[in-house]
Write a protein that binds this ligand. Structure first.
Ligand code: NDP
Length: 328
């Protein structure tokens, strides 16, 4: 078996030379372990943070060791009660083709009538991020105007659709006309192509003539600043991600931050793991939306383990529409 390891820590934007493909020695299973042939590997922006040697909510990747990440696969050998060869499971030993996983660290895929890889996307971590970030963190409700950045991405495209299904007005931003057209087809009331706009504050002001009540931030930087500029009184900001600054080595400033005072804006950061105890509620509501035909999911799929670093780097130039995945 093979796995990707971090060869060196990136400075600024990562490059392919920061990664190395290493051999994983075969080892016998201990009691309570299973061997999984991975079929799908998740490619996520948060992995950039784990490449830095800093204290965070997840430990940094160790140099020369297999990297981790979400994965879905098929059990090919089991020494764990209740798990048999052929079972489909979700676990965190991604970035590799085959994994030895403790039964306590995996989840059998729920039977919800969706594809296996949906549990890495809309019915997985990105979907939960969208759902709880919008409804629990930002407390968005019917009638609100919601602005969401990276709206053609895995999290953002799900935010758009949940918000529409729950009676909100939605403005999305995405890079390029093609992505914008898809976001519109998902039900967004207005779309900002941030790559074509010189002045994001003006563009957002035009797209949201009545202001915004909620901002779901996936991007940070100028997007966050523009949201501050047009936010209504008592707007709620869910700070989910700031991909615009993940590779920055210099500090960034917000020109409109002081508006948070006068407009009583509430900004709340969150990490999706805070909501794992509410997984059942999420499955119930999302399965309902899926069965009602209210959710469309796109995937950007690259084949083969070798493709993973390139796919990861592509996240930072918008190379994906919907969920970025590796298929093995
Ligand atoms: P996406 O599928 O949205 O992929 C990233 C997208 O970000 C790209 O497709 C690109 O789209 C956009 N992007 C990249 N660089 C920039 C930039 N400089 N300015 C504006 N847009 C940019 O990824 P995810 O859905 O997995 O994640 C979205 C965000 O949510 C990330 O910030 C991630 O870190 C965060 N996140 C947070 C979690 C939490 O628990 N708080 C959990 C999961 C994700 P485009 O072509 O439109 O530029």
């Amino acid at each position: 078996a093979k796995a990707w390891a971090l060869a060196s820590r990136p400075q600024g934007m990562p490059v392919e030379a920061n990664f190395e493909l290493i051999d994983l020695p075969h080892r016998a299973l201990a009691d309570g372990e299973v061997r999984v042939a991975n079929r799908w590997l998740s490619v996520d922006p948060y992995m950039r943070g784990r490449m830095n040697d800093v204290k965070s909510y997840v430990p940094p990747y160790a140099l020369g060791e297999p990297m981790q990440g979400g994965a879905v696969g098929e059990v090919i050998e089991s020494r764990a009660d209740g798990i048999a060869a052929g079972d489909r499971v979700l676990h965190m030993e991604g970035w590799r083709d085959e994994a030895v996983v403790a039964a306590a660290a995996l989840q059998k895929l729920p039977q919800l009538g969706v594809s296996d890889q949906a549990f890495l996307g809309q019915l997985g971590m990105p979907g939960m991020t969208a759902y709880f970030g919008l409804l629990a963190v930002a407390e968005a409700k019917a009638g609100d105007t919601v602005f969401v950045s990276a709206a053609a991405g895995a999290v953002g495209s799900t935010v758009v659709q949940i918000a529409k299904a729950k009676g909100m007005t939605v403005i999305g931003s995405a890079g390029g006309a093609e992505k914008g057209a898809w976001v519109t087809s998902l039900g967004a009331d207005a779309v900002v192509d941030y790559k074509a706009e010189k002045d994001l504050v003006r563009a957002l002001g035009k797209a949201a003539p009545n202001g915004i009540d909620v901002y779901f931030d996936n991007v940070g930087g100028d997007h966050l600043d523009a949201a501050l500029a047009v936010a209504n009184e008592r707007a709620r900001f869910a700070l989910c991600g700031m991909i615009d600054i993940y590779n920055d080595t210099r500090p960034t400033g917000l020109r409109y931050l002081a508006r948070a005072i006068g407009a009583r804006i509430r900004m709340q950061g969150f990490i999706v793991i805070d909501f794992f105890p509410r997984m059942d509620e999420f499955y119930r509501d999302m399965a309902g939306l899926l069965q009602a035909g209210k959710l469309d999911a796109r995937e950007t799929i690259h084949d083969g383990l070798e493709a993973m670093p390139r796919a990861f780097l592509d996240l930072f130039s918008g190379g994906n529409t919907g969920k970025m995945l590796i298929r093995l």
